[in-house]
Design a protein around this ligand. Structure first.
Ligand SMILES: *Cc1c(COP(=O)(O)O)cnc(C)c1O
Length: 397
């Protein structure tokens, strides 16, 4: 059997679907969503103030173990505020993986700062600590406590890691490197709600971290995001900046700086509260689906099923297959043919350093990310796709 036929057969046998189109990741609304959203509409509390947005922030902080969670309109806004509060200013450089969604990078440009692209590694699909250390050693110098790019003369203020498809990067090692070079660590954990690095939830190891609740993420608020931090002062400033920098007052409109209208609306947070209640079940279902995929795909030659790094427990937001180098030429016909069978699969994002607006930005030699981009295929991973009662499938440990 060809690789193509093997993959199709496994997807059809693993997924609980009947002739309907299967997306990569669909929202699962099976809890209190209607109840909470109706309450917002019935009471009129639909906008930037209300009990659900406060509760959602508390629930998120409790779930992730972060001291604070600040609800915002989307993950990109969460990153924008994180970069601002990390002290990134126009003319700074910010290190980011080239293998990421454009939402990691755009907020750097909003500030007038310059993204500086880093290669990936095959193990976690994220940043490679060894390569990063060597690169920084080569291209930077220290100037009054600031890390400066010797080639451009610009400060390298921050580094944003991204936990790709939910798989955590080796954050211990990356944090160590950031400290060594005086670079502020930020985490784009948009894809990684429910992912753990050495038993600690990701997203608040750095100074600040960002979550996303877009419709394709593991839980959704329609659109939405959150900033995570353990820093009291930054949490206060994040809330202030995301609520138009208005001082709380019964009737006065006192704004003391240029703020942002980034507050997560209560009606979106209502959805979020209902979704968060179900997150543990979603995670169990997704890990079960992954186990079933893994057992089946292990037997197929010419591909590797992506699994979590050994230091991590991943949310397996999106499962993925990595084609062997020799099978790269099949990628596009694979995507097309599975689509014809009503199964959605997708390649990774175009690498950020190849996009027209970022093509002239500084970068290290990019080889691994280019290779991964050609070989990786994301496959359907929604929690409701798992077949639970089939005796022939292996039960998750
Ligand atoms: C989803 C996502 C974001 C944020 O997306 P929003 O649509 O703005 O919520 C940022 N980075 C990555 C890697 C993402 O996957």
């Amino acid at each position: 059997m060809s690789i193509m036929d093997s993959i199709l057969e496994i997807l059809q046998q693993t997924l609980s679907v009947e002739d309907k189109f299967v997306s990569l990741h669909e929202p699962n609304f099976s809890g209190n969503e209607w109840l909470y959203v109706r309450e917002c509409i019935d009471t009129g509390w639909v906008s930037s103030v209300g009990k659900f947005v406060d509760r959602f922030e508390r629930d998120l902080a409790e779930f992730t173990g972060a001291k604070y969670a600040i609800g915002v309109v989307n993950g990109t806004a969460a990153l924008h505020i994180s970069y601002l509060l990390a002290g990134v200013v126009a003319g700074d450089e910010v290190l980011v993986p080239t293998l990421t969604f454009v939402g990691t990078v755009n907020p750097i440009a909003y500030i007038g700062a310059i993204p500086h692209f880093i290669d990936a590694e095959e193990h976690s699909l994220g940043l490679d600590p060894q390569v990063l250390d060597k690169y920084l050693n080569e291209i930077t110098r220290r100037e009054g406590g600031v890390c400066v790019n010797k080639r451009t003369g610009r400060p390298i203020r921050a580094l944003c890691v991204m936990h790709t498809l939910g798989h955590p990067v080796d954050i211990d090692l990356i944090d160590e490197i950031c400290k060594k070079y005086h670079i502020i660590l930020i985490e784009d954990a948009a894809e990684a709600l429910g992912s753990y690095y050495k038993n600690v939830h990701v997203g608040h190891r750095g100074l600040m971290g960002a979550l996303s609740f877009n419709g394709n993420k593991i839980i959704t608020t329609g659109g939405g995001g959150a900033i995570l931090t353990n820093n009291d002062e930054l949490a206060k400033r994040a809330k202030h900046l995301t609520t138009t920098a208005k001082h709380p007052h019964q009737w006065l409109f006192e704004h003391d700086q240029v703020g942002y209208n980034y507050r997560l609306p209560n009606i979106n947070a209502a959805l979020g509260c209902a979704q968060l209640e179900q997150l543990p079940q979603f995670l169990d279902a997704k890990r079960l689906l992954t186990k079933q995929y893994q057992n089946a795909f292990e037997k197929v030659k010419g591909i590797r099923f992506i699994t979590e790094p050994e230091y991590a427990k991943s949310n397996y937001w999106l499962n993925a297959l990595l084609l062997d180098e020799s099978n790269v030429s099949y990628r596009d016909s694979l995507l097309e043919s599975l689509g014809k069978h009503n199964i959605m699969t997708r390649p990774l994002w175009n690498l950020q350093h190849t996009l027209p607006m970022y093509k002239d930005c500084p970068r290290m030699p990019i080889t691994v990310a280019e290779n991964l981009q050609k070989r990786l295929i994301k496959i359907p991973s929604s929690s409701q796709l798992v077949k639970r009662k089939n005796k022939h499938t292996v039960v998750c440990e």
